[in-house]
Design a protein around this ligand. Structure first.
Ligand code: DX5
Ligand code: ZN
Length: 217
């Protein structure tokens, strides 16, 4: 189980500190939520913040960029150059998702596809052989601190089964409503990467929290 704290719940006046806290916690990834005020009813940041954070750190932490924006294809190159390792877009925003995955790969990055709670797994079945990551939204995207929609866990289970049946290799990530009570449900559903925003930034001992979310303590 990999842990990907989201800076969405960090103090926006001090992202460098948030990144340092994430690195110190033992989490493997940092999750960067990019919002445009159109695909989701909130606004965050763009490639420059990611480039500046990348410039600050020499460590090998993975920059996991979650694009909650319309027409994400227009910005793949900018996010790749900014230092993203993983670029995930919403299939609800792109008609030619297969091409979009190829473009991300041609930029030398891992390609992720994401689905909101109302989008079924069947919508992305044809894409599964090409994706490096499937990010299952387990809340409606836009804000941190929401409650898990339990029905979405079934989608992680379905993805785990399809991956097994077809011998595929994508990672299954879950985003939204991860906390100490729900973490075990995500693990049981076959999730490989847990995104955590509010729970992570509220925790006083972040290292201990990361261990508990992984199910190790
Ligand atoms: C929500 C974002 C999430 C958010 C999760 O649209 O995609 O990454 O940070 O927040 P929590 O962990 O508080 O549910
Ligand atoms: Zn996210």
């Amino acid at each position: 189980m990999l842990i990907a704290p989201s800076v969405l719940s960090a103090d926006f006046s001090n992202f460098a500190h948030a990144l340092a806290e994430i690195e110190a916690s033992g989490a493997e990834w940092v999750h960067l939520d990019v919002m445009d005020g159109k695909f989701v009813p909130n606004l965050t940041f763009g490639p420059k913040l990611i480039a500046d954070l990348r410039g600050k750190r020499s460590s090998s932490i993975i920059f996991d960029v979650h694009l909650m924006i319309c027409e994400p294809e227009k910005l793949f190159e900018a996010f790749a150059h900014a230092g993203a390792d993983n670029i995930t877009f919403h299939v609800e925003t792109v008609i030619h998702s297969h091409r979009a995955i190829s473009v991300i790969h041609s930029l030398g990055k891992n390609a992720g596809i994401s689905i909101v709670p109302s989008t079924p797994v069947s919508f992305i079945e044809e894409l599964l052989p090409y994706a490096d990551q499937v990010l299952v939204m387990t809340v409606n995207p836009g804000f941190g601190g929401q409650e898990l929609i339990p029905a979405c866990l079934e989608k992680a289970r379905t993805l785990a089964r399809l991956r097994e049946e077809r011998g595929l290799r994508f990672l299954i990530s879950a985003d939204g409503g991860v906390n100490e009570e729900t973490a075990a449900l995500f693990r049981e559903a076959g999730v490989d990467v847990l995104v955590t925003g509010s729970t992570f930034f509220k925790a006083r001992d972040k290292t201990a929290l990361v261990k508990r979310l992984k199910g190790l303590a």
